[in-house]
Design a protein. Structure first.
Length: 260
């Protein structure tokens, strides 16, 4: 039974990326003590990592390759991208970070023209460069093999040359404390550098990202001007947005709280 339950836990984490122990217990219909007892050998072998009351796969397995992530939750991500499109005008200057949701945003933005786009993602740059009189600036640095994105101090330095209307940023998760979190320090560094060069910070996330933990804190909720998602979050999170003075825009009829 222990080996079977270990397999169930690993399956859940491969799907979710990370998960609170209490949520795993609920999903599997067991107690939190059973989860802790079951994962102890997995933690000792390094097959799992523990943080903030949650569990995650080791860094080399924490997220599947980019193309598989792009296919996951595709319809909700397209819904988010459509909401972003409604906020962007021809000629706007934007920073887009590397992420599957922001890649869908880039696809949607092909309906606009004369955009100025700064990005560290070759996926996003290729979608918008040479189209509709856009100007696309690709930040140079070390290129990640999986998703063809660049990171490092040169990228942060490159961003300092620009002032844009909005930084459109993806996130690995939004925990119930109201933090935007990520799996990698370099992703968080890019997001913070982009926010410093933008009039507004817009975070884009499909509903699966709510309550998801990751070890790197990008920023607290109140540093986001706008959070765009595909479906209404739970009431408690709507309250958090109102308290943080962060506007919330979601599909299914739309909505907004906080900043006008």
């Amino acid at each position: 039974m222990s080996l079977k339950r270990q397999g169930q836990i690993l399956t859940e984490l491969r799907h979710l990326g990370s998960c609170a122990i209490t949520e795993l217990a609920s999903r599997l219909g067991v107690t939190t003590e059973t989860i802790r007892r079951t994962v102890k050998p997995l933690l000792e072998r390094g097959d799992l990592l523990h943080f903030h009351g949650g569990l995650m796969l080791p860094p080399n397995e924490d997220e599947p390759p980019f193309q598989r992530r792009l296919a996951r939750n595709a319809l909700p991500k397209r819904d988010v991208a459509a909401l972003v499109l409604g906020l962007v005008k021809n000629g706007d200057a934007l920073i887009l970070d590397n992420g599957t949701t922001t890649t869908y945003v880039a696809d949607a933005l092909r309906a606009r023209s004369k955009l100025v786009v700064v990005t560290n993602s070759a996926q996003i740059a290729s979608r918008l460069a040479g189209h509709a009189n856009n100007r696309v600036f690709m930040a140079g640095g070390e290129l990640a093999g999986d998703d063809a994105a660049s990171f490092g101090p040169q990228v942060v330095k490159f961003l300092r040359q620009f002032d844009v209307k909005a930084a459109i940023l993806s996130t690995a998760g939004i925990n119930w404390r109201g933090d935007f979190v990520d799996f990698h320090m370099h992703e968080a560094e890019f997001a913070r550098a982009a926010m410093a060069r933008a009039e507004e910070a817009w975070f884009v996330a499909d509903a699966s990202k709510f309550g998801r933990e990751a070890p790197v804190r990008v920023c607290p909720l109140h540093e986001a001007d706008l959070l765009i998602t595909n479906a209404p979050p739970v009431r408690e999170f709507v309250t958090l947005c109102a308290e943080a003075n962060t506007q919330l825009l979601f599909g299914g009829g739309g909505g907004g709280v906080g900043k006008p």
